[in-house]
Design a protein around this ligand. Structure first.
Ligand code: TYM
Length: 345
């Protein structure tokens, strides 16, 4: 029996008092997944799937704000599903689906946008960052956090595992939930939406890229989870360092190499490399080689699983179809509540 059966949805407001936790997160299919996605969101999300009822989705509606090639959007969406499953998402525990298979979420986004203060969205860092990077100032880009709030609220989510860059989006979600509850919540319950909590891992809240800035597909500083060996080695070997000579002691705390190494090595290995940094006598090139070996080894079982899954195309289709079915069940229940609360039929 899957968790879905155990947690069959009760269409009654008492879900607030049920003891299980709803976990939700999303990832955009706007490119190839990198190790910042993995350590910042996928690994924590996979760990959480054992602790409650999880909903993880491929945010293809969101990706439309930046991807203009339909073939690429479709291919990337499939690849995100494949990569997430290969990394350990268990479809018996977590519903994996495409955002656009639950189109009710766009209806909720519209309803939320009717109460969303302009000023709240104008303060969005990610909107400003995207404009600064040259993306066109579309209504979709501006409204991005409202759709994200709808994603979260439509599943009555309790916990949202994300990297630090998504924190403000979850704060906006909470603000919109409060606004809806205040505006439309009626006695005796006085609520429509739960207030979700972000779950951000301190050690991996911002995984650095090869230039030391936050790793991001759009900065071109990414190391991909399933990049080929030659390319991955090349990316690791081009991590930017200071110019300390081989013999000089080096500061591990400010080093991207050390930070990435800490994510994949054991405690003892990390302690040993820290000592080598501080002692001097080892060059950055040598540390980079050690990092590459560890990274390659870390993702080896996942690469193997991915190869196996590639052989069976229908597997991913089935997983996504089952995930969408479960997601729709919950979204329909919540939308019934929302439509009734705001006065729609
Ligand atoms: P996206 O696709 O940019 O990234 C997916 C997840 O990966 C995390 N992440 C990182 N974490 C640490 N260090 C990094 N360098 C790094 N790069 C990426 C992100 O924080 C994110 O958790 N808006 C979301 C997608 C989304 C969503 C949602 C998430 C749509 N609706 C609802 C949660 C809930 C996004 O663009 O993520």
């Amino acid at each position: 029996m899957t968790n879905w059966c155990m947690f069959a949805f009760t269409p009654n407001v008492d879900i607030l008092h049920m003891s299980y936790m709803r976990i939700l997160s999303g990832i955009q299919p706007s490119g190839v997944l990198h190790i910042g996605n993995y350590f910042g969101m996928m690994r924590p999300a996979i760990a959480l799937q054992a602790e409650g009822e999880a909903f993880y989705f491929i945010a293809d509606y969101h990706a439309l704000t930046s991807v203009r090639d339909p073939t690429m959007l479709r291919e990337n969406s499939r690849r995100v599903a494949l990569d997430f499953l290969a990394c350990g998402l268990d479809p018996e525990r977590a519903a994996l689906f495409q955002q656009s298979d639950v189109p009710q979420v766009t209806e909720l986004a519209w309803i939320l946008s009717a109460v969303a203060p302009m000023g709240l969205l104008e303060r969005s860092h990610s909107y400003k960052d995207k404009l600064a990077r040259g993306l066109a100032a579309t209504v979709g880009l501006f409204n991005y956090p409202v759709l994200m709030a709808a994603d979260i609220l439509i599943y009555d989510s309790d916990v949202v595992p994300v990297g630090k860059d998504q924190k403000q989006h979850i704060e906006i979600t909470r603000d919109l939930a409060v606004k809806m509850n205040e505006t439309f919540g009626s006695e005796p319950d006085g609520w429509i939406f739960k207030l979700p909590e972000p779950r951000i891992q301190a050690a991996t809240e911002v995984v650095p890229g090869i230039d030391g800035q936050k790793m991001s597909k759009s900065y071109g500083n990414n190391i991909d989870i399933f990049g080929d060996e030659k390319e991955t080695r090349k990316r690791v070997m081009s991590i930017v360092t200071d110019s300390a000579p081989v013999e000089a002691p080096k500061d591990p705390s400010g080093s991207t190499i050390f930070q990435l190494y800490s994510l994949v090595a054991s405690k003892d290995e990390v302690a040993e490399v820290r000592e080598q940094f501080q002692k001097g006598g080892t060059g950055y090139g040598e540390f980079k080689k050690q990092l590459f070996e560890k990274l390659w080894e870390h993702f080896a079982p996942m690469r193997k699983r991915r190869e196996e899954m590639l052989a069976d195309r229908s597997y991913i289709d089935n997983v996504l179809a089952r995930g969408a079915e479960r997601a729709n069940e919950v979204a329909d229940q919540v939308m019934k509540r929302v439509r009734s609360a705001v006065g729609l039929r």
